[in-house]
Design a protein around this ligand. Structure first.
Ligand SMILES: Cc1ncc(COP(=O)(O)O)c(C=O)c1O
Length: 472
C-alpha cells in the first residue's frame, strides 16, 4: 500500500530521496493493509446478531464489563488492526481487547508458532525445554539492566503478586507503597496497590497509596514549573509516617494505563529510584501495559534511564495467548530459590511459543521505534483535537499508549458521562477504544501504520465533534 512512513534516517546518511522513505515493517504492512476498507458500519447499531449473542451470554454471567454493557457488540473475527462483528460491521481496533493483541489479530506468524508447538507438546509443568530456554535468553537480551532472572505466569495480577513476593523475600518486609490512579490487578496484593472499587473492599494493612506526579491534575494544586516534584517529598514523608520499618516495595506504573495514559515529568521515575534506595525498598515497575516497546522505548523506565529492581509485563507478550513475566536481579537468585513459580499455565510450552514468536517479531521489525515515530504523530494530532474541542481536557500519552480526558464543557470538570457518549459515537463509526472513568484510552496496536492510526483518530474526532455539539 502507499502507506509509507519516513523512518527518518539521520540527515548526513541520506543519499537519495528513495533512501528517505523505507518500507513499513513487515508486520505493520500486513496488519494495516487489513484496514483498507475499514471502518464500515451499516444498519441498526449494535446489530441484531450482536444483541442476540449478548442476551445469551448475559443469561449465564455475572459482573459484565462496563464498556461491553455500554455497547454490546459481539466481535467474531479479527484480522490485523481490524475487528468484524456478528452483523458484518468492520472496525479499526484502538484497544485490541485489553492491549493484548498488539501484533494484530490472527497474526499468521504467531498462529504458525503456536500451531507448530501444539503439534509437538501442549503442556508440561516447568520442565526445561528448548523453547523455554530460548524465550528466557531472548527476553534477557531486552530486559533492563541485570533483570535477567525470570518467572512465568499467565496474567498481570499473578505477576504483580509474584513481584511482591520477590520484594518480601529480598527485604524481609511486607509493606508496599503505590500510587493514586495506578492499577495492578484483582488478587489481594494487587488490590492493595491499586485503585479500588466497591467490589475490591478495604485495602489490606501494610499498603499505603500516595499521589504521583500527574501534573495535569496535581493533587496538591501545584505547578510543575515551581513544585520541585513535591509529590516525591510527600511520598517519602508518607512512608516515614506510615511504615513500621517493614517496607518491601514501591510499586508504580511508569506511565499509568488504568487512568488513561498519564505521563509523568522528567525526574519523577528517577526520584522513585532514589526513594527506594534511601528506604531500602525494592522499586517495582508494572510494565504490563507500557513494556515491550509500546511507549516508544522498550520499557517505560527507559525514558528516564531508570532500572528498577523488579519488572513485570506481558499484556501482549503472547499476542492474545496469556503469558506474563516477572524479571528481577541476578543477585537475588539465592534468596528466591524457595519461590516455586507455581502457576499451572505459567511458561508452559504453548505460552513460550506464542511469546517467543511475538518477541521475535517485535525485534525484527523494530516496533518500539515504529511506536515512537507513529506515536509522536498521533500525540500531535490529539493535542490539536484538545485545542479544537471544549469537551477534551487533554490528549496525552507516549508512543502508542495514548488517551483523552473528557470534561463537562460548562464546568471543565472531568466527566465519565462525556466519555460514555464519545465512546458510543466512536463505536457507531467503527472505531474501538476503551473508556475508563473520565478518560478514553486510545491504543493503536504496535503494528498500526501512521496512515491508519491517523485515519482512526480523524474519525474519532468526528465522534468528539458530534458529542461536543450536543453539549454546547
Ligand atoms: C498496568 C496493569 N497492570 C496490571 C494489570 C492486571 O492485569 P491482568 O488483567 O492481566 O491480571 C492491568 C490490567 O489491565 C494493567 O493495566
Amino acid at each position: 500500500m502507499a502507506d509509507m512512513i519516513d523512518l527518518a534516517a539521520p540527515e548526513d546518511s541520506v543519499r537519495s530521496p528513495a533512501a528517505q522513505v523505507r518500507r513499513l515493517p513487515r508486520s505493520v504492512e500486513w496488519a494495516s493493509a487489513c484496514a483498507e476498507r475499514a471502518p464500515r458500519v451499516r444498519g441498526p447499531f449494535p446489530g441484531p446478531r450482536s444483541l442476540a449473542l449478548r442476551a445469551r451470554c448475559l443469561a449465564g454471567e455475572f459482573g459484565s464489563y462496563p464498556w461491553v454493557d455500554r455497547v454490546p457488540v459481539a466481535f467474531e473475527t479479527g484480522q490485523g488492526v481490524t475487528l468484524t462483528d456478528a452483523d458484518d460491521n468492520v472496525y479499526i481496533d484502538l484497544t485490541h481487547g485489553h492491549l493484548g493483541a498488539a501484533l494484530g489479530h490472527a497474526n499468521p506468524e504467531v498462529i504458525e508458532a503456536v500451531h507448530r508447538q501444539l503439534g509437538r507438546l501442549s503442556h508440561v509443568r516447568n520442565q526445561p525445554s528448548g523453547i523455554r530456554a530460548e524465550l528466557q535468553e531472548t527476553l534477557a537480551g531486552i530486559t533492563p539492566g541485570d533483570l535477567n532472572l525470570m518467572a512465568f505466569y499467565s496474567s498481570g495480577t499473578e505477576a504483580a503478586e509474584g513481584a511482591m513476593r520477590v520484594a518480601r523475600a529480598v527485604t524481609g518486609g511486607h509493606e508496599f507503597v503505590s500510587f493514586y490512579g495506578d492499577y495492578h490487578g484483582r488478587t489481594t496484593g494487587a488490590i492493595g496497590t491499586s485503585i479500588g472499587s466497591r467490589m475490591t473492599g478495604p485495602r489490606p494493612g501494610g499498603f499505603i497509596s500516595v499521589p504521583n506526579a500527574y501534573c495535569h491534575r496535581c493533587e496538591f494544586g501545584l505547578q510543575p514549573s515551581s513544585c520541585g516534584l513535591h509529590c516525591l517529598d510527600f511520598a517519602e514523608r508518607a512512608i516515614h509516617m506510615n511504615s513500621h520499618g517493614a517496607l518491601a516495595g514501591i510499586v508504580a506504573e511508569p506511565i499509568t494505563n488504568a487512568s488513561g495514559a498519564r505521563v509523568f515529568p522528567d525526574g519523577y521515575l528517577r526520584g522513585l529510584r532514589d526513594i527506594a534506595d534511601r528506604t531500602g525498598a525494592l522499586l517495582i515497575f508494572d510494565e504490563h501495559a507500557t513494556g515491550l516497546g509500546r511507549t516508544g522505548r522498550m520499557w517505560g523506565g527507559d525514558h528516564e534511564g531508570v532500572v528498577p529492581d523488579v519488572i513485570y509485563f506481558g499484556k501482549y507478550l503472547g499476542n492474545g495467548y496469556p503469558v506474563t513475566v516477572v524479571a528481577t536481579r541476578e543477585a537475588y537468585r539465592e534468596v528466591l530459590a524457595p519461590e516455586r513459580q507455581g502457576s499451572t499455565h505459567g511458561g508452559q510450552p504453548l505460552a513460550c511459543a506464542a511469546a517467543l514468536a511475538s518477541v521475535q517479531i517485535l525485534l525484527r521489525d523494530n516496533l518500539a521505534e515504529h511506536a515512537r515515530l507513529t506515536g509522536d504523530k498521533c500525540l500531535a494530532y490529539m493535542q490539536g483535537v484538545a485545542g479544537r474541542h471544549a469537551i477534551v481536557g487533554i490528549g496525552q500519552g507516549r508512543g502508542l499508549q495514548l488517551g483523552y480526558e473528557f470534561v463537562d464543557p460548562k464546568t471543565g470538570v472531568p466527566s465519565s458521562e462525556v466519555v460514555d457518549a464519545v465512546y458510543k459515537a466512536a463505536m457507531a463509526r467503527g472505531i474501538v477504544t476503551s473508556p475508563v472513568g473520565p478518560t478514553l484510552r486510545v491504543s493503536p496496536m504496535m503494528v498500526t501504520s501512521e496512515a491508519v492510526a491517523l485515519k482512526a483518530l480523524r474519525i474519532l474526532e468526528e465522534a468528539i465533534a458530534e458529542v461536543g455539539s450536543r453539549l454546547a
